[in-house]
Design a binder for this molecule. Structure first.
Ligand code: ZN
Length: 221
């Protein structure tokens, strides 16, 4: 037996020694990254991220802990991952498209443009920010927006539904975009704004309880 073979066998024996010894019972696989030996996604990500939290920068509360329907939360998750099927994404899948934004007819349609910087999106954001009396510089990405939104949402008991506003704006824009794209119909900006306000009201109505009129709701924003 040469030196290389001895070394390899030694490594193999060392590897075997790292497995827990089973004295009784049947043999079974053990996940070494968990103290109970069972596989969990959390333990995998923890190890993959060098034992640091993976949720520190990920705005999961603004996605999953808001009052919008689950399908909208899933949509928001897609939005901040830039996975909505805008022209930008379709071109990335090698589809031949001459990109134009359905909302402004001026720029190419990307996720960030459609949901943040398009003039239609800007009017929706401005409407809510004016009602709230908040000065705001639009971030570059949807992920940054949600992280920033968390920082200015200290509005007491209303905080939870206040965090629903980004989801409301993005859902309104996406619905309008698809209506223009697939049905050839469009609403003017006033109607889009009122649709967005109504949507937020109906999503938050149960939580607010005592506020029954849309006018009161807006007044309490
Ligand atoms: Zn646009």
């Amino acid at each position: 037996m040469n030196d290389w073979e001895v070394t390899e066998i030694a490594r193999f024996l060392q590897l075997l020694s790292t497995f827990p010894r089973i004295l009784n019972g049947v043999d079974k696989p053990i996940w070494l990254l968990h103290n109970k030996g069972v596989f969990t996604v959390k333990s995998f990500y923890w190890k993959k991220n060098n034992n640091q939290s993976t949720t520190g920068f990920w705005p999961w509360k603004q996605i999953w802990k808001v009052t919008s329907p689950l399908k909208v939360s899933c949509f928001v998750w897609l939005t901040i991952r830039r996975a909505c099927l805008t022209h930008e994404v379709l071109q990335g899948k090698r589809m031949q498209i001459c990109s134009r934004c359905f909302m402004c007819d001026q720029d190419a349609e990307s996720n960030f443009h459609l949901f943040l910087h398009c003039k239609t999106a800007t009017k929706l954001w401005d409407m809510f920010l004016n009602i709230l009396g908040v000065s705001w510089v639009m971030p570059k990405s949807t992920m940054e927006l949600l992280n920033c939104w968390k920082g200015i949402s200290s509005r007491g008991s209303k905080e939870n539904w206040w965090m629903t506003i980004p989801a409301c704006i993005w859902w309104t824009l996406w619905k309008e975009r698809n209506t223009r794209c697939f049905e050839g119909k469009s609403s003017n900006i006033q109607k889009i704004q009122s649709q967005s306000l109504s949507l937020l009201y109906f999503w938050c109505k149960q939580e607010l309880g005592d506020i029954v009129a849309l006018v009161d709701f807006i007044g309490n924003l």
